[in-house]
Design a protein around this ligand. Structure first.
Ligand SMILES: [Zn+2]
Length: 362
């Protein structure tokens, strides 16, 4: 379907790896399989033919996503993974590309489908084959050509999260800035979703109604992510971090951690050995430790040693996705020195104060 920016995710179940890009299958991919098989049964086609057709369709979608990934690579944007969904598939890019690159990355996918259809039609007899397309062709290859044209057309709809929406966003971003461009393209997605949803419900098209819901959620997610990014862009982590906080010595027990948890409003505690930070005790590991080993056990046994480290000069727009990923808090460190802590709540408070006109430090 489209390419999307995303923070690095932990590796999930194994799939295949093509050109260095992991490919996974979303369980809803089965819906597409079911849909095509049921459609084929109605038309009394053989199961073998249906299977071949499905494989062809699957390869078309995969080539579409690989086109996004490889074009991204040409612009220096890595693809974390390709996930195959029934409505196409998603190439998750490590970050949102520059508008000029995004335009090309977005269009590369649908262009591949148009090319596949073109090649099939050329091989199948050129104009004569094109003429046959309108009356539901029986030929496997011609059906594949038709579906590739469907895929291209659907993906070129100028609304987020479709490729056409990304192309539109990139095109508008060059003229009106990224925030306005994303807002417009995401609103197009919401409008499209409402129209599709209403149509689907009134005509009993369940799959279309579900698709509409997915599009609506994805469009809303895009616009929220863009707003968050806009609000936090250009602000260093140092400005928003908590500088007044308590730490726990590495020899502390969970009982001492409990006392501190009650005495302060802090939820996460850096665990230190002298000036050196050796871990982070968050609420979840605290509770887990209490339940498993009781209050006399040591914080060093349950703390997180692989905690998130943030550079004080790093941009907040990059730190926030990382915070969301770990789900708790990050420690702001310069070399080995602990300068502060950063949590999602405290970033929200910082943004609120800023909105009220309180300027950030530094
Ligand atoms: Zn696409």
């Amino acid at each position: 379907m489209s390419e999307t920016e995303a923070p690095a995710a932990p590796p999930r179940q194994a799939g295949i790896v093509l050109f260095g890009v992991p490919v996974r299958f979303h369980f809803t991919f089965l819906i597409l399989v079911l849909f095509v098989v049921l459609g084929g049964l109605n038309d009394k086609k053989s199961a073998a033919q249906e299977a071949l057709f499905l494989i062809g369709l699957f390869l078309s979608v995969l080539l579409h996503e690989l086109a996004h990934a490889l074009t991204g690579k040409a612009y220096g944007v890595r693809t974390i993974e390709i996930i195959m969904y029934p409505i196409g598939g998603v190439a998750r890019l490590e970050r949102q590309p520059e508008p000029r690159a995004e335009l090309r990355i977005a269009l590369a996918g649908p262009l591949v489908n148009i090319a596949i259809a073109g090649v099939i039609l050329a091989v199948q007899g050129g104009p004569a084959a094109v003429a046959k397309l309108s009356d539901r062709p029986d030929s496997l290859l011609l059906r594949l050509a038709v579906w590739n044209l469907y895929l291209a057309a659907f993906n070129l709809v100028p609304a987020l999260p479709m490729d056409g929406g990304r192309a539109l966003r990139a095109f508008l971003a060059m003229r009106r800035g990224e925030a306005a461009a994303t807002r417009i393209a995401a609103n197009m997605g919401r409008v499209l979703a409402v129209i599709m949803g209403v149509y689907g419900l009134f005509h009993g098209e369940v799959i279309m109604a579900l698709l509409a819901l997915l599009i609506y959620m994805a469009a809303s997610h895009e616009s929220a992510a863009s707003q968050g990014k806009m609000l936090t862009q250009g602000i260093p982590v140092r400005s928003a971090m908590i500088t007044d906080f308590r730490t726990l010595p590495h020899g502390a027990t969970l009982r001492e951690a409990a006392d501190l948890l009650l005495a302060t409003s802090q939820q996460d505690f850096p665990v230190v050995n002298g000036a050196q930070v050796i871990g982070l005790l968050d609420r979840t590991s605290f509770l887990r430790g209490m339940a498993a080993d009781g209050p006399e056990s040591y914080v060093a046994g349950v703390m997180d040693r692989g905690f998130l480290k943030l550079d004080p000069a790093a941009d907040l727009s990059e730190a926030v996705p990382a915070l969301n990923e770990v789900g708790a808090c990050g420690l702001v460190m310069e070399e080995d020195r602990l300068l502060g802590m950063l949590t999602v709540e405290n970033v929200s408070e910082f943004l609120l104060l800023r909105k009220l006109g309180v300027e950030p430090k530094a």
